[in-house]
Design a protein around this ligand. Structure first.
Ligand code: GLC
Length: 525
């Protein structure tokens, strides 16, 4: 279950502002849980109440987690979730090899897709472009005015994608996109007509094999999408058909991954950027590669000295052999119960879509072991994906000694009372899970850095996504991990918040593509 940034904000403010007014209410849920209290109606019709306690009834005699036992549990989870520098170096070695394999041969687990975005932006790109951003959670239509001198203006409208839309037929999904663009043009661009169409970049952030820049066969849905009749098809073509059906005056110039957009948008304002990562609902990276290093392009007749952006799709790392990532039983559970078992092994240990669920699975294990919440009804916590990653951010940033935010989260959202020892455990657990995600992300960055030999001179990394932007300490943890794995020179690798790649980056790529084709360079790509 993913939430929009607005919903996350709402949760955050509800918890923050609601703390003073929150009252722990007795659990009188009629639903029957295998744990805690409730009411059961027997087949004969009589009603049996069991073990319901109210806040006032709670006392020291209630079986509850003590500080000592929570510390014991924490030791166990610390061992499970901690990545030593040595372990990280092993992962980086394997990662580097995997990246290279993907560059040399088609059809690899980490596919290293050439994106046909050649070179870097000059900063002097100009003009109005549309960008359609279909990420993991929202659909966004942006009008980007590139003003030259590395400046731009943006006007945008966001549409919420429902869970149903993510699963309904692909044609419907792209028709919805076309309708949103049509509506946007009507409101913001009255001069755009069939005779005077506007150029659009479509940021479609899922693994696509591209034969040219406005084409892309969807290899597989990721991030919980499952719309039928899209996998194995050209998304550019499906989208163009929807635009035609709805008579939308738009020319599709480029199909773009969010990482590629982030790379180009970051280079637009910081030309020293060589790598971009997205750490949000999904996780992935793009970087600039020389054509001569891409063995699988050797028969394409391209100039070996040209550079092209590579969309790594590194979320799939180790999904084929499961040899390198130290997956816990919680990671395995998430994989097995996902709509795409056996895929995106790396992403499932890192991205915001899954961290809250990892946390919840650990807590459920402790409940099953009788280590916490005895005598309380835990049914709300039993629902898969009911604990959002935003809660982990909140728990980690709770500034109070009593950990009042954590009291608020558990009582308000799950109707559960917590002891201080439990709350300290929860915060420590969130730290372990968040830290592991940051350290794994750093392994991917370190692998690209080493592969490209950027360590000595250093390089800038554009980074975006809710984890990077909102999770407390995530960038610092990445930097620390880079030093752990690469030594002092790791300090030469600096991440920066990327410009809006899926909007602005997409528009810049549309402009670069138009300029490239107008100049007759690789017109068929
Ligand atoms: C998933 C997608 C990838 C995208 C990433 C970040 O890993 O497969 O294309 O870049 O999420 O949004």
């Amino acid at each position: 279950m993913s939430r929009t940034p607005q919903e996350e904000e709402e949760i955050v403010s509800k918890v923050r502002h609601g703390l003073s007014s929150l009252k722990v209410t007795p659990i009188n849920s009629p639903s029957v849980s295998r744990r805690g209290s409730g009411v059961i109606t027997t087949p004969t019709g009589s009603t049996v109440a069991f073990h319901t306690r109210t806040a006032e009834e709670r006392d020291a005699t209630l079986p509850h987690a003590t500080k000592k036992s929570m510390e014991d549990h924490l030791d166990k989870y610390t061992k499970l979730f901690t990545l030593t520098a040595q372990r990280m170096r092993m992962i980086v070695d394997a990662f580097e090899e995997t990246l290279d394999k993907g560059l040399q041969e088609w059809g690899q687990c980490v596919p290293m897709f050439p994106t046909w975005v050649f070179g870097s932006p000059t900063g002097s790109e100009k003009g109005d472009y549309l960008a359609l951003d279909m990420g993991g959670t929202n659909l966004r239509v942006c009008l980007v005015s590139l003003l030259g001198g590395c400046k731009f203006e943006i006007t945008q409208t966001k549409y919420r994608l429902t869970e149903e839309q993510k699963q309904e037929d692909g044609e419907k999904l792209f028709d919805f996109c076309a309708e949103c663009i049509k509506e946007f043009i009507k409101v913001h661009l009255p001069d755009v007509t069939a005779e005077n169409p506007i150029v659009l970049g479509f940021t479609f952030s899922y693994p696509c094999l591209q034969e040219r820049i406005d084409h892309g066969i969807l290899i597989r849905w990721t991030k919980g999408f499952g719309a039928p009749n899209v996998e194995g098809h050209d998304v550019g073509e499906l989208f163009r058909k929807s635009l035609e059906r709805h008579q939308v005056p738009v020319v599709l110039a480029a199909l773009i991954n969010d990482t590629t957009g982030a790379l180009i948008a970051s280079q637009y304002v910081r030309p020293t950027t060589k790598i971009a990562v997205i750490l949000g609902t999904g996780c992935n990276a793009a970087y600039t590669e020389e054509i001569k290093c891409i063995g699988k392009l050797k028969d394409k007749g391209l100039n070996g000295d040209d550079v092209v952006a590579i969309n790594c799709e590194w979320g799939a790392f180790d999904s084929d052999l499961h040899q390198h990532l130290p997956r816990t039983k919680y990671d395995l559970h998430i994989d097995e119960h996902s709509n795409k078992p056996g895929e995106q092994a790396f992403e499932k240990m890192i991205s915001g879509r899954y961290l809250g669920e990892i946390f919840r699975l650990v807590v459920m294990e402790l409940i099953d072991e009788g280590a916490m919440f005895l005598g309380q009804n835990t049914y709300k916590l039993e629902t898969a994906y009911s604990l959002d990653t935003a809660f982990l951010s909140l728990m980690e940033s709770d500034p109070t000694d009593e950990l009042l935010t954590i009291i608020g989260i558990f009582s308000h959202f799950y109707g559960l009372e917590t002891t201080l020892a439990e709350r300290q455990f929860f915060r420590a657990l969130a730290r372990l899970i968040g830290r592991r995600a940051a350290r794994l992300s750093a392994c991917g960055i370190a692998a690209i850095v080493r592969k490209k030999g950027y360590l000595e001179k250093g390089c800038d990394v554009g980074a975006d996504g809710t984890l990077y932007n909102k999770y407390p300490g995530f960038p610092q943890r990445i930097h620390q991990a880079l030093v752990d794995v690469l030594g002092e020179q790791g300090k030469n690798i600096k991440t920066h918040h990327a410009e809006d790649g899926s909007g602005v980056g997409s528009a810049i790529i549309a402009a670069m593509t138009k300029a490239r084709k107008d100049a007759g360079k690789y017109p068929d790509l």
